[in-house]
Design a protein. Structure first.
Length: 119
């Protein structure tokens, strides 16, 4: 299968995934988007949709996994690719936020109190 055929197939999966979402069939949508994630689809749709779906399901570790994959895929694109820079910045920022959400709070460090407070 050449690159054009592969992109056509991946795009069809994205469209079918959206149709499944609209019918309330989240698991079917996730399966289609995950196939594109595994193949390194060079567009933001399956990554953004998976982040949304896993977020709604309360699965922050899956959100982090998807965003890590998105960063890897966009970082591997040629620097001349028009989507590389903008998408990479967005996905890196979203990844930082998602990682903070799953990281347990640090212990052993005093929390900063109100300014000027003395103890």
């Amino acid at each position: 299968m050449d690159e054009r055929d592969r992109l056509r197939e991946q795009t069809a999966r994205n469209v079918a995934g959206l149709e499944h979402e609209q019918r309330g069939e989240g698991d079917a949508a996730i399966a289609l988007y995950e196939a594109n994630l595994a193949e390194g689809f060079p567009g933001d749709w399956p990554y953004s949709r998976l982040v949304l779906l896993y977020g709604r399901r309360g699965q922050p570790a899956e959100v982090v996994r998807v965003l890590e994959r998105a960063v890897a895929v966009f970082a591997a694109l040629p620097r001349s690719h028009p989507e590389r820079g903008p998408r990479l910045r967005v996905f890196r920022q979203r990844l930082k936020e998602a990682q903070r959400a799953v990281r347990p709070p640090r212990r052993g460090r005093p929390s900063a109190g109100p300014a000027g407070a003395s103890g």
